[in-house]
Design a protein around this ligand. Sequence first.
Ligand code: ADP
Length: 488
Amino acid sequence: MIASELAPVAKVGGLGDVVFGLSRELEIRGNSVEIILPKYDCMRHGEIFGLEIAMKDLWVPWYDRAIHCSVFFGFVHGRKCFFIEPHSDQNYFNRRVYYGNSDDDQRFAFFCRAALEFMLRSNKHPDVIHCHDWQTALVPVLLFEVYKHLGMTHPRVCFTLHNMAHQGVTREHILRETGLGRHGYFFHQDRLQDNFNRAALNLMKGGIVYSNFVTTVSPRYAWEIMNTDQSFGLGHTLQVHRQKIGGILNGLDYDVWNPEIDSRIASAYGLATLDKKYDNKRALRQRFWLRDIYRPIVCFVGRLDYQKGVPLITHAISYCLQHGCQFVLLGTSPDGKVAHHFQSLKQHYNDNPDCHLELGFNEELSHLIYAGSDMIIVPSLFEPCGLTQMIGLRYGTVPIVRATGGLLDTVFDANHSSKPYEERNGYVFNDFNSQGIESALERAIGMWNNYPEHFRELMANGMRADNSWNQPGRHYLNVYEHIRDRSS
Ligand code: ADP
């Protein structure tokens, strides 16, 4: 695995969870997995066990020089990880943030080159290199255009699209920096040239063109990016390469997300001990100074990004408070405007005994929120897979989601679904507007108040659903088997 995130050591969103969970599942199934990551200064170093130097001097070609790097090895909850640390004035990974610098294109292009150089120098020839999103999209390009000619002829590449809204659109300097060169060759519609801006390079496009197989994180999103405008301009490229594209639903790591053994919540519970969920509801209220009253708690957990439906989240808070619910939110935003919006909302609701907005990233707290809430909203504009609704299901917290991407593959409406009753587990709405989310909230809140037994059935149906890595793990192994080089 070559990735820019790995939970819990370097996690911004679902990508980190997926890289960890999939790697673990592959190892359980008898494969050997190693993960290469940047050595960020802001990583949670406490989550790494036995960190030691693996390669003191790695010289990574960059422009017409080379950058001196060190590579560290350590275990992250059992996973074998290599961390690349460059020593240069650019301080690529000492920025106190994972993403959001103006030179992110260079930082991650460098990481791709460094990861391959490390593999070459340490004689690593895995059957498959699996890379993720635009940050590591140059890996297959560099592998097949440069490193194959240096002896790395064995590995095949699987590339996973976690979110097509971010593609790594950049300029020709990347060709000079990475040593790919050959301006005329790469600035071609069949290779890395952006489909809209002919003067730009599109790294994600390069990943799609050069990989042996491309996956995305749910079957529904796979369909949407091939057939609607969800591909943000890469639809044509996906169509050209459609024979090597597939959708595999993400799994949830049931060792991390399991209310029966979760040490981060107030009281463990399962299907047979569902009443103990309410100890967590009480603990959540205490933690956030909410009043103890017979009302449902509705929550939101996630990045406060346009994609996640900022206006609908905002509307849901006031709607829930006006309709006899309590509301809890946990989220952060790298976007100054959105961050400011939620700061003002927080102030607005500061003295409200039924509402708490927690603006920050807090993995531990997220567990208590999932466990202590009755419902979770995911009103995304688009959602490649979405993990928070799956975590909600696992914790008996009924999801209320918009009908898009992976949300449609995992949440089945209580009233309007083609699924049998025992598989219905939440509420789904179509329209990305206030009326849309109100229509679902109204039904969910009504059910909680008037038909608590039915509401409990929905909770139980969700808890019974299998969203583990078991099935997706098998699907990924089929992909790897399909592309593997059998000649040696
Ligand atoms: P995305 O990858 O688009 O951010 P997902 O739903 O796929 O969204 O994954 C989100 C993951 O990140 C979940 O594990 C969620 O619990 C976690 N998460 C998001 N924001 C926060 C936060 N502020 N604090 C703790 N965990 C968070």
